[in-house]
Design a protein around this ligand. Structure first.
Ligand code: FES
Length: 102
């Protein structure tokens, strides 16, 4: 998959299906903090999904949507909490950008 860091630099990252997207991104120096560990309560795993991939991700649940809409950097079309996205084989090649720190 491709990850765009907060400086706009693209990185190609090996990503194993079976993990949460957040679990892949928090291992990266330029990745997400994931402070709550995936409980959908901190929003520090916020990413922007490349528009080409948005429709291929599972739909948001209401708790993810509620937390996202509270963020100043929320972008309705592309924002996701990466702890709420399972990284499956269908997402190989996915491109996301790390959102600004909240
Ligand atoms: S890790 Fe806290 S909301 Fe995703």
């Amino acid at each position: 998959m491709t990850v765009v860091d907060r400086d706009g630099k693209e990185h190609v990252v090996d990503a194993k299906p079976g993990l949460k997207l957040m679990e892949i991104l928090r291992e990266l120096d330029y990745g997400v903090a994931a402070i709550c560990g995936g409980l959908c309560s901190c929003a520090s795993c916020h990413v922007y999904v490349d528009p080409a991939w948005v429709d291929r991700l599972p739909k948001k649940q209401s708790d993810e949507q509620d937390l996202l809409t509270e963020l100043s950097d929320y972008r309705p079309e592309v924002s996701r909490l990466s702890c709420q996205v399972d990284f499956t084989e269908a997402l190989e090649g996915l491109k996301v950008a790390i959102a600004p720190d909240t």
